[in-house]
Design a protein around this ligand. Structure first.
Ligand code: PHE
Length: 369
């Protein structure tokens, strides 16, 4: 700031000269006009009306003028700052209006969109498939039976003719509840429901039991320590392997469509005799073993068949152990993997997708009631 000077003529102080002031105003107005956003206008305000702006600095010079010169200089600067401030205010209004208008367009909310776009939950596909499976059997007059997942060793094994030295009873396969002397397991299959049903009811018996089962398996794309099976049990007079085959063919067709039937391969289960592995006609190549281009079918690896579960005619020893007259009655039983069935039906390639609780997986199946 210049020192006091009685001889002072404002015209002589450069920042206060009319041309300088006008130039500062012109520059300020141009900058204000050029600002196309509120941020740019803020910068223009700082540069041309802020403490360090040319007009603010000129204003400070007024104090150093002789009293007679202050009025004119004050008026000149005052008018100049007034014009700049007015232009700033006007531009502010314009830019705010523009912003409002833009927000109205850009952030418009379409109130006519469906209101239920918040994700709603869906039932787990294993639950819905279990119910569908049960429905297939209920439609044939069967009943749905249930049993506990924490099961007595005797029902899970002994009653089913699984002697104490059967390999399936080793610690590798079974989760034992502590203390071990209580002889309680997490059921390794749904077959104890067979035993429970026979012990509590009198034939004829036609039941299905979908449920959770447990084995000490690794957790990978095709194994899980927790999985799902559906058990079927029929006990009546005169039941044969043919009834079993017809029932499973119907079940396969209900799950996979017309033409998808089953075949039996000899096998062994202590609780059935004879026993069989059940295979399905490959639902991709439909038994042709090759795909549309003549290449080996990747789903069944050229077999034309896919393994689905186990089955057999109930071993008379099991009937006897469960209080059923094995002279009068015969029966058949089967057990299928529900998870496997779901993977086949829906092309799920990794079993873990069914257990990891990602709602995107579940929601894709929608909600079936
Ligand atoms: N319980 C057998 C399993 O888990 C399957 C099965 C059920 C086999 C009923 C025959 C009869 O492997």
């Amino acid at each position: 700031m210049s020192g006091p000077n009685t001889e002072y003529d404002p015209v002589e102080v450069t920042p206060l000269k009319a041309e300088q002031v006008d130039a500062a105003v012109t520059e300020a107005l141009a900058a204000i006009e050029a600002a196309t956003t509120l941020e740019e206008l803020k910068e223009a305000r700082l540069a041309h009306a802020g403490d360090r702006s040319a007009l603010a600095l000129a204003n400070r010079e007024i104090g150093a003028l002789p009293p007679q010169a202050r009025k004119e200089a004050g008026q000149r600067i005052g008018k100049a700052r007034g014009r700049v401030n007015q232009a700033l205010a006007a531009r502010q209004v314009t830019l705010e209006e523009e912003r409002e208008a833009r927000i109205l367009v850009e952030e418009a909310v379409d109130v006519t969109l469906p209101w239920d776009r918040e994700p709603v939950g869906a039932r787990h596909p294993i639950t819905t498939l279990s119910e569908r499976i049960a429905d297939v059997f209920v439609a044939m007059g069967w009943e749905v039976a249930e049993g506990p997942v924490v099961e007595a060793e005797w029902l899970n094994f002994d009653a089913l003719n699984l002697g104490p030295d059967h390999p399936a009873r080793t610690m590798q396969d079974t989760f034992w509840m502590e203390p071990a002397e209580n002889a309680i397991v997490l059921r390794t299959h749904t077959s104890p429901v067979q035993a429970r049903t026979m012990l509590t009811r009198t034939p004829p018996i036609y039941v299905v039991c979908p449920g959770r089962v447990f084995r000490t398996d690794e957790y990978d794309a095709t194994h899980s320590p927790v999985f799902h099976q559906v058990e079927g049990l029929a006990i009546d007079e005169g039941l044969t392997m043919a009834h079993l085959k017809g029932t499973l063919d119907h079940f396969a067709t209900a799950m996979f469509g017309e033409g998808i039937t089953t075949r039996f391969r000899p096998s062994y289960f202590p609780f059935t005799e004879p026993s069989a592995e059940v295979d399905l006609v490959c639902f991709v190549c439909r038994g042709a073993a090759v795909d549309a281009d003549g290449a080996t079918c990747r789903t069944c690896r050229g077999e034309g068949w896919i393994e689905w579960g186990g089955c057999g005619v109930v071993n008379p020893r099991v009937l006897t152990a469960c209080g059923v007259d094995s002279q009068r009655y015969t029966g058949f039983a089967f057990g299928m993997g529900i998870d496997r069935t779901l993977m086949f039906r829906h092309g799920v390639e990794d079993l873990r997708d069914l257990f990891e609780g990602d709602v995107r997986m579940t929601a894709a199946f929608g909600t079936e009631i």
